[in-house]
Ligand binder design. Structure first.
Ligand code: SAH
Length: 271
């Protein structure tokens, strides 16, 4: 059973800016990049939202995030829009308070119900694969496996519209809570089985899966636009999970198998 897409509230009054103590670092511009339609993706502002600060990292998280982005660059991530998005999204707001201090380390972290938020490096790598060769924002993107909502937030900065589907109700609700303060009006969270994609939003310019099965569901390929790209972890015949890239062309589908990854399993049904 699926629910219709419901955008995160966009008409709400802006969250009150925290009144900083003194001295304070105010390095968080007021509007997220996604709130400025038409902003060129090639040269996006390194903007973050200004929402009340409730975690230990406080307003200095920008410096920690900038260090994470420098590390991503050293690891080979180079697309300007992807780096800007990784710089903008406050990953520490998507993890439990006990894990906040690890939020910007290159590690996956538990998000409850046996699932995990992917490493920043893997998030950036996969989104860079989607953006490869493009200087404009992606059109509509489908994400399978919302989890805590972090990757959906990153995607919202590099695409016009994000549909993100999660099969575990608890995580779907958690993502909604996590994303609410960001007021990303172009993110639509869906509760349902992503194995069948989300036909109502098709065709997608890009599809990204955060969970890996043995095969890539045909529905995903069907829902990809001609010229679109899909990136998904997939277990091969040797039992190894690799990143797989599918490019849909007018004459067929091109498949490339890339490096090994370790994603949670893609499961069918809802729970
Ligand atoms: N992108 C997420 C990563 C979450 S881990 C983040 O940023 O946090 C992968 C998620 O995929 C899990 O939450 C898991 O429940 C979900 N998942 C697995 N199979 C699925 C399916 N068939 N449909 C939708 N979600 C699925």
């Amino acid at each position: 059973m699926k629910r219709l897409p419901h955008g995160l509230p966009s008409g709400n009054p802006p969250a009150a800016r925290p009144r900083p103590g003194f001295p304070a670092r105010l390095d968080t511009p007021t509007a997220p990049a996604a709130a400025r339609p038409g902003a060129p993706v090639g040269k996006p502002a390194l903007a973050t939202r200004a929402a009340p600060t409730t975690t230990g990292l406080g307003m200095d998280s920008q410096a920690v995030r900038a260090a994470m982005v420098r590390k991503l660059q050293a690891q080979g991530v180079s697309h300007p829009a992807v780096l800007a998005a990784m710089n903008a999204v406050e990953r520490h707001r998507f993890v439990d308070s006990a894990l906040v201090n690890q939020a910007y380390e290159d590690t996956s972290l538990p998000i409850g119900l046996g699932q995990k938020i992917s490493k920043p490096n893997v998030v950036a790598r996969m989104i860079e694969l989607l953006c490869q060769g493009r200087t404009q924002k992606l059109g509509r993107v489908l994400e399978i496996g919302t989890g805590c909502g972090y990757q959906a937030a990153v995607l919202s900065h590099v695409s016009r519209e994000v549909y993100s589907i999660e099969r575990l109700r608890g995580l779907h609700e958690k993502a909604r809570e996590n994303l609410r303060p960001f007021r990303l009006s172009n993110v639509h969270l869906l509760f349902g089985d992503g194995m069948v994609g989300y036909a109502q939003g098709a065709p997608y310019a890009a599809i990204i899966a955060a969970a890996g099965g043995d095969v890539i569901p045909q529905a995903w390929v069907d829902q990809l636009v001609v010229g679109g790209r899909l990136v998904a972890p997939t277990v091969n015949a040797a039992g190894r999970q690799n990143l797989v890239v599918i490019d849909k062309t007018a004459t067929g589908v091109l498949r490339s198998e890339l490096e090994a990854v370790h994603f949670v399993p893609l499961k069918s049904g809802i729970a």
